[in-house]
Design a binder for this molecule. Structure first.
Ligand code: GLN
Length: 287
């Protein structure tokens, strides 16, 4: 008697993975299984749907299993697939950079709305480069510079700028250190803002895999807002803007910091689609 080898077709593989990932606490197990199978089979989602009864080869199964095992350990899907979309552009992401969040589009949009007279922008904390690149694409006349302390992040972001044909100037170093003596018309930043003591309570995808240097904002989460705001006026032209993304509940304190350090003009806060105050900004007086 011959034993029939079990065949795993696309649909069967998806159903199995859905159960497995759900058990591991993954929130959208079926959808994520589809994305990983697309990757392993080099198909798009339509292609996948047209091939539900296609049996997987041993090599395809092996490569897919590798991806599923990583996701089962709660590694973010974006690091496994190596990609994340932000404001219509595709970004390569590695564990050296924070995965771009859609909420950050509020920072970019608010900056663009105030950029009519702006000729130069500095983005502090490059990460994947998503903020600087989105600004450079939207404002081709503006010189966009960005600084990050992590050489690995700069490398990822440079690749993203090239891939998306964005003109961005990169500086390696801490906060204003590499731009000493330079002045800009606008400074934007989505700095690390999680209170250090809250990091252990974040979901495993974040606390286990995203760079802690991109998350940890010190004891109360506000360390970077204090450092940046206290130094910003020395790197801005008269009337210069300072815009921040902030964590939930941080807007009033960050707005207070801005006012304290001279950003008293046209101050504002803006909510994200969930209704959370997500962006805070203001500008220096002209004289
Ligand atoms: N500016 C990047 C982003 O918004 C990096 C932010 C960070 O690492 N805190 O994704």
């Amino acid at each position: 008697m011959t034993t029939q080898r079990e065949t795993w077709d696309v649909l069967k593989v998806l159903n199995w993975t859905k159960g497995y990932l759900a058990e591991k606490g993954v929130e959208n197990p079926r959808l994520e299984a589809e994305w990983m199978l697309c990757e392993a089979l080099s198909l798009d989602r339509v292609g996948l749907y047209l091939n539900f009864d296609k049996p997987l080869s041993d090599a395809e199964l092996a490569s897919y299993r590798g991806l599923v095992a990583r996701r089962g350990k709660r590694e973010p899907l974006q690091y496994i697939l190596g990609t994340q979309e932000f404001m219509g552009l595709d970004y390569r992401v590695t564990p050296a950079v924070l995965i771009p969040r859609h909420d950050t589009a509020v920072l970019v949009t608010e900056a663009i709305m105030r950029a009519a007279q702006v000729r130069s922008i500095l983005d502090i904390g490059t990460g994947s480069g998503c903020v600087a690149i989105a600004l450079a694409k939207a404002l081709p006349e503006v010189e966009v510079s960005t600084v990050d302390v992590s050489p690995e992040a700069i490398e990822v972001a440079r690749g993203n700028a090239e891939r998306n044909e964005a003109r961005v100037i990169f500086f390696k170093g801490s906060l204003f250190e590499p731009v000493a003596g330079r002045e800009f018309d606008m400074i934007v930043s989505n700095p690390p803002y999680i209170p250090a003591g809250d990091i252990a309570g974040l979901q495993q995808e974040v606390r286990g895999f995203e760079p802690v240097g991109a998350l940890d904002g010190g004891a109360d989460g506000l360390d970077f807002y204090r450092s940046i705001t206290s130094q910003a006026s020395g790197h801005l032209n008269p009337g210069g803007w300072l815009l921040f993304e902030v964590g939930a509940g941080q807007a009033p304190q960050v707005l207070g910091l801005l006012k304290h350090y001279g950003f008293t003009e046209e101050t504002f806060t803006q909510t994200d689609p969930a209704g959370i105050e997500r962006v805070v900004g203001g500008r220096l007086a002209k004289s």
